[in-house]
Design a protein around this ligand. Sequence first.
Ligand code: F6R
Length: 592
Amino acid sequence: MCGIFGYIGNRNDAGKLVIEGLKHLEYRGYDSWGIAIKEEGNSILLEKDIGKISEVDSNNFTMQSNLAIAHTRWATHGGVTKENAHPHICEDCSIAVVHNGIIENYEELREELKQKGYDFKSQTDSEVIPHLIQEELKNTNDFAQAVRSACKRFKGRYGLLAMDLNSKTLVAARTGSPLIIGVKKDTGYFIASDIPAFMEHTKVVQYLDDGEMVVTNGESILFTDIETGEEHPKREIEITWSIEKAQKGEFDHFMLKEIMEQKDSIARAVNQNEQQIKKLGEAIRNSKGTFLVGCGTAHKACMVAEYFFSVVAQEHVNVTSAGEFKLYNHFLTSESLLIVVSQSGETADVLEAMKIAKSKGAKVLAIINSEGSTIAREADDTLLINAGPERAVASTKALTGQMAVLMLIAYSMKNKLKEGKMLLLETTSLINDMLNPRYIKFIEEVAENMKDESDLYIIGKSWNFPMALESAIKIQEVSYVHAEGFAGSELKHGPIALVEKGTPCITLAGDDEIFPDIISNTIELKARGANTIGVSPIQSDAFDTWIKVPNAGVAQAIVNIIPIQVLAYYLAVKRGMNPDMPRNLAKSVTVK
Ligand code: F6R
């Protein structure tokens, strides 16, 4: 949550550069924005406002400057106001700071600084940072040392950038919230919460790890341990993501682009190193208790995987949301295995689950999309789903990639990896055929007919049950229609009371032995006046509208969710929402 981006080097358009780069981080937060630019004459130009960074004209920031920091906010402490937007500056306006995360002991620090005469202009936790750095500068002439001393007093999670006019340096420090340094020889250093901010300038990166800080004057860079000051050598890594993949191209929104990409992204997920997949399968087999956790959509991938492990591998795994993992710690031993699933690799609840597992000596494996993310680096072993950058807040292609990889692992445990791969590759080609313009148009029409409804229900059984839950998430988050998913058999135990004449109810089905059961549930809905929509490879009289999907056997859940993603997208667009930037949400949830 919150995107931060700073530049220092020998370019003289730092202001424009950071505003343009920050627009690529808008998915991290979009309620307000701000920038601090070191101007000629050594003063800081500070500008901030409420609203979206995408709507800011970077040409307003063309003043000569080689140092600037900027921020796009997702409010936590303090409402969405201009005063609460970052950067925050110190009393004498020589230091500006942008921050992502939460300083948990900010009230105590704020009180202490107020006593010392510091004046606070915002309600944020973040404003203590520049003031505390200034206070620490009373004990040292070294700006980086002052930041280090301030950081040692913070409790909580932070990724911060602090720029200083006097030393003309940029310092970054992190505990919990990601920061990545883009390196361009003879040009300077770019420091951001995520790579897309600087991808057009460089693909050479250095990752700042937890508990580390970095200081740069634009010509050289020094990584040290926050606590000890010890120097940390850093490798430069060349990332493989392309700029095209990170841009919208011909699509109006990233969400639709990413939905359409699934014909390729699933194939990339399937194209894994076989030894690595087998190794994960063996780790599950050999563990005394495997736990599979993720949050939101990634959690639904874990739920589907529970069925894969049962049906394909006959192996029991425990699935829970990462945020609910804490009290499972009593089940954990050094022989347990935790598998975490995350697109961003930065989700705070997932990192917390990893910490719990590690404290019990359990092994942690990660299924991740974002290369080099914190989870990827902290896990004992990592498998990348290779979906490419996912920019829309609503997760689509990452979900299908996660399910594909989990399905492969289940097949490998039965020595049927080739069979699993074949099935998934055939499924990809069926998805390719399915996502044709006529099909998309048809779903757009279904959305048009449904767009004024206020409630919508989705049912499914077996692996289609978690997909019913996921369908609800997708529809809720982008269209703000009240949607809920249920297991088909649960309907008559309560939820059916919600159904009225005309209520849209979607059934997710496969061509399998439970088809008759889910059709019975659909008939029960229809009998109460529901407007039934079936997403299924086979037609049924129970469906008022049939969204045909190919028959994909064990991979049916992967196929069935795709038309719902398209439906959610068009429901959002037709209701006048921007599906890429749903209200109150941000792409990576780095707070607990
Ligand atoms: C919903 C969505 C979220 C994420 C969740 C976990 O569309 O995107 O529910 O799935 O916040 O995020 P990651 O996968 O980055 O850990």
